[in-house]
Design a protein around this ligand. Structure first.
Ligand code: LMR
Length: 435
């Protein structure tokens, strides 16, 4: 036979022989009782974040609430297309003349706009051409392209991630063959940053390893470093020789576009090399257009070009070159003073809406008699709040109340509306009574 045998299972047949046997399939097995290639596969667990949206959609409860995936919602619970994005799209449609492939790393104008956005237009790194940027399909692909590149250049490196971190981080690096380890970050008892233990751990990260840092709006905790703490982290990176990899998915959702660069600028001031993964899902609302960027910073323009040529290779063998539409929108908005001003106003409104929702949520929890001090929710930044709910309490909210929250207790604050606020608070009061 052509094929193989999995331990304890009947032989598998595939390839040309399987094709000629096609007529003999029945019920996932062949007439001769050998297993087909896929019929013994057990289903994978649903994705811990995106899987919640599928479960929420299928839930018939009219009171259901999705506080899972990190998407902005207005007070009506909608995620509208930004007016600046609509306007840019109209201009793009009017003027587009071709659907030719983009270069492997995307359009140069997009790279220029991204660098000006993340570093600030007049940053010396841009003038010195020490940064190269690739347009990627979302922030996830930016992380993956960076991870694939790092596996080539530092094959024995470990990536250090905050405890906790975004549920997909370890998986992205594992898929590239890079093992991960945790550094302390969130202090559950104090509901804040455990900076002393974080700093102590980062001092011990070996030279040549990678440290993944959330540039702002830490996902899932909402707890960020101060500008002074960023400077200390940057000094450790420069002294110890580990490579910072910044995940910059929420620029503009913390304190503002410029304020949210504090960490990146601290690193740029003292670290000769680092990587940045940007996402424009949240700040431009381009979730389904998968629009992101990987920026590589090296010690010189020559080194940046040499290293970037390997980034282009990992992209070429992965998705070849990026989808254009989201990049065209971002480029158009950032290059046009009127559209840019409109976008900035929309981004500010989204940030302020979430900040106001945080305060309303804290007040409503108190007025519903929910025991405990939840003032920390108002201090956290970005979309998420670490609620302090246990896994049993999260499960109760999902099973008994159809309120969907990511395991670990991460709440998407943007999912709270004036319509569901009361329901969420009364349900949380019941949940928190569960030991
Ligand atoms: C999230 O953390 O909810 C978002 O970044 C969406 C995702 O891809 O997980």
């Amino acid at each position: 036979m052509i094929g193989g045998r999995l331990p304890g299972l009947p032989p598998i047949r595939f390839g040309a022989a399987a094709k000629t046997d096609f007529a003999l399939y029945f019920g996932g097995r062949r007439a001769d009782d050998t297993a087909t290639m896929f019929d013994t596969i057990q289903p994978a667990a649903p994705d811990s974040i995106l899987g919640l949206t599928d479960a929420w959609k299928a839930d018939p409860n009219p009171l259901k609430v999705n506080l899972g995936v990190g998407v902005y919602k207005d007070d009506a619970g909608n995620t509208p297309i930004l007016a600046s994005v609509k306007a840019a799209e109209a201009l793009i449609l009017q003027t587009a003349t071709t659907k030719l492939y983009l270069p492997i790393s995307g359009a140069p104008e997009y790279a220029r706009c991204v660098q000006q956005l993340i570093f600030g237009a007049s940053h010396e790194l841009i003038g010195a051409a020490r940064a190269r940027t690739a347009h990627t399909p979302g922030g996830t692909a930016a992380l993956r392209a960076g991870a694939d590149f790092l596996k080539k250049v530092v094959p024995d490196a470990t990536v250090w991630v905050s405890a906790p971190t975004w549920a997909n981080h370890k998986g992205v690096f594992a898929a590239a063959g890079i093992p991960s380890a945790d550094y302390p970050y969130y202090d559950a008892a104090g509901k804040g940053l455990d900076f002393a233990r974080m700093e102590e751990a980062l001092e011990k990260v070996p030279a040549g390893d990678i440290v993944l840092l959330h540039a702002c709006c830490h996902n899932p905790s909402g707890v960020d470093l101060t500008a002074g703490q960023w400077q200390r982290v940057a000094a450790i990176a420069a002294r110890r020789g580990w490579l910072p990899f910044l995940d910059f998915a929420y620029q503009g959702y913390g304190d503002g576009l410029e304020q949210d660069r504090a960490g990146l600028l601290a690193l740029a001031a003292v670290c000769p090399e680092f990587l940045v993964a940007s996402s424009f899902s949240k700040n431009f609302g381009l979730y389904q257009d998968r629009t992101g960027a990987l920026t590589l910073v090296a010690a010189s323009a020559v080194a940046a070009n040499h290293a970037f040529s390997h980034v282009e290779i990992v992209i070429r063998v992965n998705y070849s070159n990026p989808p254009a539409h989201g990049g065209l929108i971002v480029t158009r908005i950032l290059s046009d003073a009127t559209l840019r001003a409109q976008w900035l106003a929309e981004l500010t409104a989204m940030r302020e809406h979430i900040a106001a929702t945080r305060i309303e949520f804290v007040n409503a929890l108190a007025s519903h008699g929910v025991a405990g001090d939840f003032s920390f929710i108002a201090r956290q930044k970005g979309m998420f709040s670490f609620s302090g709910l246990s896994d049993a309490q999260v499960k109760f909210l999902r099973d008994a109340k159809s309120i969907y929250i990511v395991g670990g207790g991460r709440i998407n604050v943007a999912g709270i509306t004036s319509r569901n606020l009361e329901y969420i608070c009364s349900s949380m009061r019941e949940a928190l009574a569960i030991p």
